[in-house]
Each structure stands twice: as C-alpha cells, then as structure tokens.
Design a protein around this ligand. Structure first.
Ligand code: NAG
Ligand code: NAG
Length: 459
C-alpha cells in the first residue's frame, strides 16, 4: 500500500516551518514495511540534566534495530529533531536511506532517538503554562539526552568497542555536529545534513533562496509571473470586492476580517508563501518547473488552520502554545530565531511577513520583551556551539543549493576532516535518502559520505 506516496508539494503545509524530517519522509514513495525488526524502547532521563536537585525524570523513546549487527561493528544513531521519531528511518529493507545502507555494509546496529518534548517523549508535568511546561526543552538538554543514551549503550559489554556514528538532518543535523563537538569521546563521526547551525533572528535569506530556486530551476518567466500574482493579490486586499474575491479564491472563512493587518499577514505567510517554501525546500528541479505552471496555487488543508471547509486566518483566535508545533515554537523563540521574514528587498513575495509579525508567534512562550529574550537566546546558542565554525573533526556537512536552510549552514570546509559538500539541484536533507529524479551527482555524494564515515571510524 503506497499511501505514503503523497505529493507533498501539493500539501503546501505550513510545516515548511517545522518538523522537517517527517516532512522529508513524506516525499518518499516508501514500500510497505514490516517493522517487527524495529523495537520501540525507552530510557529514563533526568528532567533537568543541569540541576541535580531536580529529581523528576522524562521517559525518552528510541527505536532499535540490531538484525544487521555483528560483534565489534559500529553503532549508528539517527537523531530525532523537531517532530516525532519514525522507526522507518532504521528499517533494514529501506537501504535507500543512507544510514541503513551504511549499517548494512558495516554490519552496524541501528538506533533512532526521539527528541524530548516531541512524539511520545513528553515530560510528565502539568501543561497549563507554556513557560513552565517548556522549561526543560532546549538543544542543550537534548544533547545531554543523546549523550546519556550513548553511555547507556556503551555500558553494555557487547558495544564496548563499537564506534559511534550520529546522523541528523535539518535541526537534528545541528545536533549531530554538536554531539561530535561536545562529546568527542562518545561520538566518533557525524553526518550533518542541511543543518542551520547558525542561529539568526531575521532569517530573510530563506525567501531569497526561494527566489534563487525558482529563478534557476523554474520555467522561463516563472519569477515574473510569481511576482505579478503576489502583487495582484496584494491589490485585491485593498477593496471590499477584492477581499471577497481573495476569500473565495483561497477558501478563507467568510467571517474572517481581511481588513485586519495581522490577518492579512497570516494569510500571506501561511496560504500564499508556504507552497513555494515547501517546493524550494523539498522539491527537485522538475517540481519547481511544474509549480511554475500552476495558475492559482491553492494549498490543501494546512494544519492547524484548516477548519472543516475553510481556512481560519483570524490570527487572534490562535494560541500558539496549544498547537502541535508548540514545542518547536518554544525552541525557535528561545534558541534559534529562524524567522522566515519578507525583510529582504530581493524576494518576489511582496512584504507581508515582517519581523514584528513573526515575533507574535512567540507570545506565551516568553515573559516580557520577546525580541530581547530571543536576541539573548540566539547569542547564547551561537556562543555555545560556535555558529558557523563549530569546533569539530570527522563531521561531514552536506547541503543542497535549492534548500533555503543552507544559508545558515557551514558552507566552507572546517578542515580536512570536516568537509562541506554542496550539491546543486537538490534540496533539504537530500543526502539522507535516494529519491527518484534526483541528480546523478547525489549518488556519488552519498557514496563519498559513506566512504568518509567508514574511513573515519576505522582509524
Ligand atoms: C577544539 O576541540 C579540541 C578537541 O576537542 C580542543 O582540544 C580544543 O581546545 C578546542 N578548541 C577551542 C577553540 O575550543
Ligand atoms: C552550483 O550553482 C552555483 C550557483 O548557481 C554555481 O555558482 C556553481 O558553479 C554550481 N556548481 C556546480 C558544480 O555546478
């Protein structure tokens, strides 16, 4: 059954903003899996790794697949990011996934960890106040979780001499690099795919890259057409008849007031921009060409704003601390920024997603001055992990030029044992799995990455 074969590009989900690995997984046409070889397991973690007086714990979920393992062979840990972990990443038959392929050749043991506060790895504490509830959610705590997980594995005599490779993509690609940086004694090598290691408040480069992608890979005149469509919609906002037309065209709930600025911004950001963002982030050049030919891009059922038969763009009716993506909102509000604004003059999307609007999503996650708290969090993140220059060896950084996230990534080799590989015509996390239609170059890159990792762990 191929119900995973969804055309993600048409589900222009606003989760362009989040849950990158699961979004990416949906872009594969996965054959049916018998997941009985992958066990679901749990490890108890301190709720707060940095306060020994805090006695509460958190149950972290992980998946284990040891059917390929032979004694002394390496351990591969596929790190979870801002979403639930999925056992299929380490399913033996899916050797189009790079991690599985490497484990197959090296007879490795496969694990996939789930990030705290996502999926089923939730704290058992009351959730009536987001600031209190999310207090123990941070990349720093999550890295400690992975460290204690690896220590637990290594305490098993059968893994004592096994080398450890961590793999991650997007935010978890950050974690992969940072694991190697902070715990070189526990982690021997890492693959960091499409990782935005630099925290940045106004991530205006995101939409610049979307422009680049549609300009370079789109059909002739695509950008000009996009620009015109956006200007036309902007004009429609100016008159009562125009607003009614927009509502019909994009299935906006009739009762929504499109004269309210933040509703207008919300409409543009979620309904008009997200489809182009998703294509640039996950598509292949042919998907970009196809999207250029779509007349009116009507996204389908974006969560959480789809209400049975219309999009609710009444911004004030939402409490972002209560939505499924809340944990990631907390993280970007307090640690990373990553606000995909329309601040850049170069992008074709008019200017309906300014910084001030993006900051409004952080209300409820931060007490007091949101922007100041975010600035401080970002400075701390970049200081802690080293921004674009993490102090690492034996980490390979991969990027795709279509992927807007690459602009926050390491783009220059950090040394002979910390190379960067950029592949044109590929998007977010492309190296992690083979996809039909990808450029030939990608296969060579995957092979190269695998050789590097196997060389590093044989030293
Ligand atoms: C970088 O890491 C190495 C090895 O872990 C360490 O010896 C060195 O002091 C670090 N350099 C900086 C600038 O932190
Ligand atoms: C990749 O694309 C960039 C920007 O379009 C270009 O400058 C570069 O030469 C390309 N690299 C390869 C190997 O084609």
């Amino acid at each position: 059954m191929h119900y995973w074969c969804m055309i993600t590009l048409l589900i222009a989900s606003a989760t362009a903003f989040t849950d990158n690995l699961n979004q990416f997984l949906l872009t594969f046409d996965l054959p049916e899996a018998d997941l009985s070889s992958v066990d679901e397991k749990w490890i108890e973690q301190p709720l707060d790794h940095f306060d020994s007086k805090e006695k509460r714990t958190l149950k972290m979920r992980y998946f284990e697949n040891v059917e390929l393992w032979k004694p002394k062979a390496p351990i591969f840990v596929f790190l979870g990011g801002e979403g639930k972990q999925d056992p299929r990443w380490i399913y033996s038959a899916y050797d189009f996934f790079l991690t599985v392929k490497m484990a197959k050749e090296a007879h490795g043991a496969l694990f996939a960890t789930e990030h705290r506060y996502y999926g089923k790895s939730l704290p058992d504490i009351p959730n009536n106040n987001a600031i209190e509830y999310f207090k123990f959610l941070s990349s720093h705590q999550a890295l400690e979780d992975v460290a204690s997980f690896i220590k637990m594995l290594k305490s098993n005599s059968k893994y004592k001499s096994s080398k450890v490779v961590v793999v991650g993509g997007s935010y978890s690609g950050n974690l992969a690099a940072w694991m190697r940086e902070l715990y070189p004694e526990l982690v021997d090598a890492a693959i960091s795919s499409s990782a935005p290691v630099l925290a940045k408040k106004d991530f205006k480069e995101y939409l610049d890259t979307v422009r680049y992608t549609f300009g370079k890979y789109g059909t002739d005149g695509c950008l000009a057409k996009m620009e015109k469509n956006f200007k036309d919609d902007e004009d429609l906002l100016k008159t009562p008849e125009g607003r009614e037309e927009l509502k019909k065209k994009y299935h906006i709930c009739p009762e929504n007031d499109l004269t309210v600025l933040e509703n207008q911004q919300f409409f543009f950001q979620w309904i008009r921009y997200s489809g182009f963002m998703v294509s640039s982030q996950y598509g292949l050049p042919n998907d970009i060409k196809a999207q250029c030919e779509v007349k009116t891009h009507i996204p389908r059922k974006i969560k959480p704003i789809w209400r049975y038969n219309c999009y609710n763009v009444d911004f004030k009716s939402y409490d972002w601390t209560r939505v499924k993506l809340a944990a990631w909102y907390h993280q970007y509000c307090t640690e990373f920024g990553y606000l995909m604004t329309t601040s850049s003059e170069k992008q074709p999307f008019v200017h309906w997603s300014p910084l001030e609007f993006n900051l409004k999503f952080c209300k409820g996650f931060i007490k007091g001055d949101i922007e100041k708290t975010m600035d401080e969090g970002i400075a701390k993140t970049n200081k802690r992990y080293g921004g674009l220059k993490p102090n690492v060896t034996k980490v390979v950084f991969t990027h795709g030029d279509m992927d807007p996230w690459h602009t926050l990534g390491v783009l220059q080799d950090l040394g002979p044992d910390a190379p960067v590989i950029m592949t044109n015509g590929t998007a977010h996390c492309g190296v992690l799995g083979y996809k039909k239609g990808e450029p030939e170059e990608m296969k060579k890159v995957r092979k190269h990455v695998q050789e590097l990792i196997l060389k590093w762990i044989s030293q």
